[in-house]
Design a protein around this ligand. Structure first.
Ligand SMILES: [Zn+2]
Length: 358
């Protein structure tokens, strides 16, 4: 395993570019499992989207985030780990499972994850595992990661709780119940479009990953990825698990959720977290979204007080709609009205026009 070693040329951990490929069609995929997409996204954006949704609907969504992430992680790990490995892990205990979460977390930008204690219970009592995480990418998503991984390894019910110990540190406890895991209603496997593209990456001479990633600095000991230019922190996350959070919100809280997610993202973009210079040309806009694995921008047409945007291979489409609307409003300094659709071919088309009287 490439471990935590950084590429001498681009500075990206070798494990990241060995296990993931930035394709020319605006997507990031796992090399071993090419249907499994990833996004490289700002943790500030994730946090602002979650808190923006909470602010608009007036209630906490933490439980929903943890549960959706748990199911997505369970699906993924359960599918990925051979039965024999699960059996071994059950016998040797959770230590190796936590070690692997910790090693992965250090290169994916999840934070610094340390195992504190594994308690193996006597008959009829719960096993439990205590971890500490410093500077988590999202404490709710991390709790979901832990619950889903433990579910998959043990095939038992798991309860995860956390306690904040300081501004940056949390203690996370996973209790593995004696109850076998009930039949899981599997997530609908999210099928993302996979059209050809012509985004050109400049390959790193050493590891082959896109040199464009050298804009980011990996602090593997802290599990942190930062932009060198802007005060931003990144993480590599599966979009299917984030889409699962949005779907779970929709099924629990109703049809207004798409509008709420768009609005939360619009508000975030309006804060000026990203700058208009970063998307000054269609080519720049396309590269910015492609390095994040969000899809392939095919059209950005600015009219008089209007804009049309089309993207292939989209994921997290509601977030993208909010992002386009937010940028439109930043550019015009006025409010916009947005219309969007996902076409039969899976493209996302967004049209924004100036709001009358805004
Ligand atoms: Zn490299």
């Amino acid at each position: 395993m490439a471990g935590k070693k950084l590429c001498k040329v681009c500075g990206v951990p070798l494990r990241v570019t060995k296990e993931h490929e930035w394709l020319s069609n605006g997507t990031i995929v796992q090399r071993e499992n090419r249907e499994h997409r990833m996004v490289f996204i700002e943790t500030e954006n994730l946090a602002a989207t979650f808190s923006g949704v909470e602010e608009i609907i007036g209630r906490s969504i933490e439980r929903i985030i943890i549960e959706a992430k748990r199911r997505a992680t369970f699906d993924f790990v359960d599918h990925m780990l051979p039965a024999a490995v699960k059996k071994i892990l059950r016998v040797v205990g959770m230590r190796p499972a936590v070690k692997s979460i910790s090693a992965l977390g250090s290169v994916m930008g999840f934070g610094d994850i340390q195992l504190v204690r594994v308690h193996r219970a006597q008959l009829l009592l719960h096993d439990y595992v205590i971890m500490k995480i410093k500077e988590p990418y999202s404490i709710a998503l991390f709790c979901g990661d832990v619950a889903g991984t433990f579910n998959a390894v043990n095939q038992r019910e798991v309860a995860v709780t956390y306690k904040q110990e300081s501004t940056v540190q949390y203690e996370v406890t996973g209790r593995i119940s004696t109850h076998p895991l009930g039949l899981q209603d599997r997530l609908q496997a999210k099928v993302y479009a996979d059209k050809e593209g012509d985004v050109k990456w400049q390959p790193c001479a050493e590891c082959g990953g896109p040199m464009e990633l050298s804009e980011y600095q990996w602090h593997v000991d802290r599990g942190i990825i930062e932009s060198r230019e802007h005060p931003r922190r990144m993480a590599l996350v599966g979009p299917a698990s984030l889409d699962a959070v949005i779907e779970e919100l929709e099924s629990e809280l109703g049809d207004s959720i798409p509008q709420v997610v768009i609005e939360a993202q619009r508000r975030f973009i309006r804060t000026g977290f990203y700058t208009l210079e970063e998307i000054a040309s269609e080519e720049l806009f396309r590269k910015q979204l492609a390095i994040r694995g969000l899809g392939n921008v095919r059209e950005v047409e600015w009219g008089e007080g209007s804009m049309r945007f089309r993207m292939e291979n989209q994921c997290l489409h509601l977030v993208i709609v909010g992002l386009v609307l937010g940028f439109f409003e930043l550019a015009f300094g006025r409010e916009g009205v947005v219309q969007w659709e996902v076409t039969d071919g899976g493209d996302l088309v967004v049209e924004v026009a100036l709001k009358e009287g805004s």
